[in-house]
Design a protein around this ligand. Structure first.
Ligand code: NOJ
Length: 504
């Protein structure tokens, strides 16, 4: 049986605002992505996932959509999008776009109509002198905002992101139509925002806490699966193996597996991997749980919502974060299934922690009253070239929408390309080797005995070894080393290092 393209694809997430700015307004755009397609093809990824580029007031960086069928002028035009898809396909890159079905922007025509007191049935409105329940916004503060006429509306995120009422069939029809619009434009798949949130429990009961528990009145309600069955039928009615990957945060791999049943989504993000601490036991547990529960696994270390993994893995010992980040990448790329990369990780970018408060833009920062830094630190525009900001992100002299730190100078694509010791060249080598091995190795993984602190596994002729401990360990038996994330010492694998070995 043929293996569908997404089953072992490496997908590169483009946070559109921060990738490349061709128009010169300090914000990344579709034309900027087009210019950089050769870079992505050379990097060796199979697909790109674009974060929302639709018409939006940008209350949440575009995850507040005012028109699901148009491109925001900040990012370009529909013609730019058509050209981007055609050129990406010509480079052999598939294109996945974000779909945001849990909420729209308050500037969406339906919500504007609701504000005028008409057709409030497409959103979640309630009467009352007090907020209808105790739900809190994921970004901080109450999940309800009151209109001057006294009614409250629900927003699980920013007040500018009102939640749809998925019990209204019109919402289903609208989103099927939105999906058709982009499928007809040739997209290969969708990343579904807040995929476990669309249905809220009847009666909107209070929650004891805000955790993603199976009994939550907000997350993972059983009715949501009907939506993905409808979407799957639509995807399957198109040729070209169109797919969808859900943004699903769950407490267990079993709950995650519900979203990828044969008639639902093809993939779901596996955030347990990203949340695992630097520990062989934790990594092994997540791998076993995932492969035991999910037919087509996915792996992700970073995205535009979390602290970059290089910084998460940092210790008091400088350099540890990057060594561990490279080792984790090698382990991830050796696992069965598909891997999602986040722009800038191939440059080894750290989280930018020193952004001044006046530069911050994430609603998390504002809704938490400045208590939480928010997610701007992983969204700083990429450094491409040059000795000074904007480091080739924008044309010279333009200030990017978030300031770039001086350390980006030595981390730009230009600074790293051609330097065999750079993180960028390491990513290129790893992605090339992975492609060479693809098809030659079985999906299934077998664990090998490993010394304390280390993990060894094989897939046919490939063995992957990682050392999370504090001292060197002997490599498992092999014929030759394919690649390592750092220097090996003879037959020893140093701490914070991983290696791919050829065993045949
Ligand atoms: C998840 C997205 O990744 C995040 O950036 C956004 O703020 C929320 N969903 C709300 O749409």
């Amino acid at each position: 049986m043929d293996i569908p393209w997404w089953r072992d694809a490496v997908v590169y997430e483009i946070y559109v605002r921060s990738f490349a700015d061709a128009s010169g307004d300090g914000v990344g755009d579709l034309a900027g992505i087009r210019q950089r397609l050769p870079y992505l093809a050379e990097l060796g990824v199979d697909a790109i996932w674009l974060t929302p580029f639709y018409t939006s007031p940008m209350a949440d960086g575009g995850y507040d959509v005012a028109d699901y069928r148009d491109v925001d002028p900040l990012f370009g035009t529909l013609a730019d999008f058509d050209a981007l898809v055609a050129e990406a396909h010509a480079h052999g890159l598939r294109v996945i776009v974000d779909v945001v079905p849990n909420h729209s922007s308050d500037a969406h025509a339906w919500f504007q109509q609701a504000l005028r007191g008409e057709r409030r049935d497409r959103y979640i409105f309630r009467d009352g002198d007090a907020p209808p329940n105790n739900w809190q916004s994921t970004f901080g503060g109450p999940a309800w905002t009151r209109l001057p006429d006294g009614q409250w509306y629900l927003h699980l995120f920013a007040p500018g992101q009102p939640d749809f009422d998925w019990r209204n069939r019109e919402v289903h029809q609208e989103f099927l139509d939105v999906l058709r619009f982009w499928l007809d434009k040739g997209v290969d798949g969708f990343r579904i925002d807040v995929a476990m949130g669309l249905y809220k429990a009847e009666g909107l009961p209070d929650v004891p806490d805000q955790s993603f528990k199976a009994e939550s009145p907000i997350w993972g309600r059983p009715e949501v699966h009907e939506v993905y069955r409808e979407w799957r039928k639509l995807l399957d009615s198109y040729d070209g193996e169109r797919m969808a990957v859900g943004e699903v945060w769950t407490d267990s791999a079993e709950d995650l597996a519900l979203y990828v049943r044969p008639d639902e989504l093809q993939q779901s993000f596996n955030f347990a991997w990203l949340q695992a601490p630097w520990s062989p036991t934790a990594f092994k547990q997540v791998i076993d749980d995932t492969l035991g529960a999910v037919p087509s696994a996915t792996w992700v270390l970073s995205n535009h919502d979390v602290v970059r993994h290089r910084t998460r893995y940092e210790t008091a010992d400088p350099g540890t974060g990057l060594s561990r980040a490279k080792a984790a990448l090698l382990m991830m790329l050796a696992l069965p299934g598909s891997a999602y990369l986040y722009q800038g990780e191939e440059l080894g970018l750290p989280e930018v922690k020193e952004l001044p408060p006046e530069a911050r833009q994430d609603p998390v920062f504002f809704q938490s009253g400045g208590e939480l830094p928010g997610r701007d630190g992983c969204r700083v525009p990429l450094p491409w070239s040059g000795d000074a900001p904007p480091y080739g992100f924008s044309p010279p002299g333009v200030d990017p929408w978030l300031p770039q730190p001086a350390l980006f100078r030595s981390m730009s694509v230009e600074a790293q390309a051609g330097d065999a010791d750079s993180t960028l060249e390491f990513y290129r080598r790893a992605l090339t080797r992975r492609r060479e091995l693809r098809g030659a190795i079985p999906y299934n993984l077998e664990w090998l005995d490993s010394p304390g602190g280390a993990l060894f596994f094989t897939r046919g002729e490939l063995t992957c070894a990682i050392n999370c401990g504090s001292g060197p360990v002997p490599l498992p038996p092999h014929h030759r080393v394919i690649l390592s994330s750092g220097p090996l010492t003879g037959n020893l694998l140093p701490p914070d290092t991983a290696a791919w070995l050829h065993t045949e």
